[in-house]
Design a protein around this ligand. Structure first.
Ligand SMILES: Cc1cc2nc3c(=O)[nH]c(=O)nc-3n(C[C@H](O)[C@H](O)[C@H](O)COP(=O)(O)OP(=O)(O)OC[C@H]3O[C@@H](n4cnc5c(N)ncnc54)[C@H](O)[C@@H]3O)c2cc1C
Length: 416
């Protein structure tokens, strides 16, 4: 493919540089973003950095709106807001994540293993789908339009369970995100919006895919002349809209208690605690979790592990400078619960603040760990106020969300 993980910003400084470079061309985004080329120059390629918050959605949105008129960059800002929307939507309905994990556990018992192995190896009757599968495995990235084509083909043409496709993506995407990934696959399969699923069509691929890729991987496209949608389960669609967790216990960073040893835990969902509610914290100790030991991330690709290694090393360096009176360390090459238990015991920590992870495997792992430690360690889950603001607007469809969020952004922009 000619790309490697270095192609995707993996440090805060690289994310900053990528944003600045992309900013020069941002007004072309609206017209060009759907065109898929081999070098992905039409899109920002910031998603791994934003997903792990080496640069936050809010920094990107605020800076974009400070430098450009709203109308010129609305499409880009709207796309960044999609991530906030999906996170908010899933946060209000965490059972969807549980159901996904249960379905996956059942399906993984031998379902279509040979067919899926062949696809992952790039052996497909529509050649370009094999090209996308290889691109994902080799680089950890796919353009949004390619993700839609591939997922639509998987569900509606290959008629494979969407959950297995979502799992394939999750294990390989550098930007893997329980909310964006699970809910986008559900949307393609027709489970998010009544009467709407996503069908990959030959005419659409031929219009938006670069000529060079089509010329060398165009075989079999006639199979997409007239694809027919799988019928979505209507009951599942209705059931899944239900809000089951309307209110999170909101907590902000609590000042350290004099009698306690106070620590911060930093994880891959928010690698920039120095820009946010924890910026004035005075911890005795900071633990940057090591995400390579594959506990809650079992099955991650080597590409993804390489990216996270760079990102967490960068975070360790930055935080050693920033929290200069604290002992800052990287966890051992151990499951996350073990890293936390060892650190609490070695550093005699009994009060912890941690940025709240979104619904997904990390939240599951951290919640279980602190449940076990309750009685010994007090934990404070810290939310960015901007996340709380967006989350409460994600009760219905995206365009209802956007109407309210856009108004809020415009007001803030005027006031700023
Ligand atoms: C089936 C499927 C699975 C997906 N899985 C993931 C996933 O696991 N993680 C993930 O981050 N995105 C996922 N997406 C959304 C989207 O494809 C990526 O966020 C986007 O391709 C990122 O590339 P970029 O930074 O170059 O995007 P740009 O076009 O430059 O967009 C700028 C930023 O906006 C956000 N963004 C753009 N489009 C979307 C979108 N549709 N949903 C949410 N955020 C968006 C990202 O933060 C992105 O960095 C998925 C989409 C589909 C169709």
């Amino acid at each position: 493919m000619g790309l490697d993980t270095a192609f995707f910003a993996a440090t805060a400084a690289e994310a900053e540089q990528r944003y600045v470079e992309f900013g020069n061309a941002i007004t072309r985004y609206r017209g060009d973003r759907n065109k898929v080329t081999a070098n992905h120059r039409n899109v920002s390629r910031l998603s791994p950095a934003i997903r792990h918050r080496l640069i936050t959605e809010f920094e990107v949105i605020d800076r974009t709106l400070t430098n450009h008129a709203f109308g010129q960059v609305e499409k880009f800002v709207q796309e960044v807001a999609w991530r906030l929307y999906w996170k908010g939507w899933l946060s209000l309905r965490p059972q969807i994540w549980r159901d996904f994990l249960d379905d996956l556990a059942e399906l993984q018992h031998g379902w279509a293993t040979d067919r899926i192995d062949a696809i992952v190896a790039g052996q497909t009757s529509i050649e370009v789908m094999g090209y996308f599968a290889r691109e994902l495995v080799e680089t950890g990235y796919l353009h949004n339009h390619a993700r839609m084509w591939f997922a639509g083909w998987w569900v509606h043409v290959e008629r494979l369970p969407w959950q297995l496709g979502a799992d394939f993506f999750y294990r390989h995407l550098l930007d893997a995100d329980a909310a964006s990934n699970t809910l986008s696959w559900r949307w393609v399969a027709g489970l998010q919006t009544r009467g709407k699923s996503y069908l990959p069509r030959r005419s659409n691929l031929e219009k938006y895919l670069a000529d060079g890729i089509l010329a060398s991987h165009g075989g079999g496209l006639e199979q997409l002349n007239n694809p027919r949608a799988m019928i979505a389960d209507e009951d599942e669609l209705i059931r899944s809209r239900e809000i089951t967790r309307p209110f999170l216990t909101q907590s902000s960073h609590e000042p350290r208690q004099q009698s306690k040893r106070f620590g911060l835990i930093v994880h891959r969902e928010d690698l920039k605690p120095e820009a946010g509610p924890l910026q004035h914290a005075k911890p005795d100790s900071v633990l940057v979790l090591d995400h390579r030991s594959q506990g809650e991330q079992a099955g991650d690709s080597s590409c993804k592990l390489a990216w996270i290694t760079t990102a967490q090393t960068d975070t360790l360096k930055r935080l050693t400078n920033y929290y200069d009176t604290a002992q800052v360390s990287l966890g051992g090459f151990l499951p996350i619960d073990q890293q936390i238990r060892d650190w609490c015991s070695e550093q005699q920590i009994d009060q912890v603040s941690v940025m709240r992870p979104e619904v997904g495997p990390l939240a599951d792992a951290l919640t279980a760990t602190f449940d076990e430690l309750s009685g010994h360690v007090t934990v404070c889950w810290v939310d960015r106020p901007e996340d709380l603001e967006a989350r409460q607007l994600a009760t219905g469809g995206f365009f209802g969300f956007w109407k309210k969020y856009e108004k809020l952004l415009r007001q803030r922009n005027r006031a700023g």
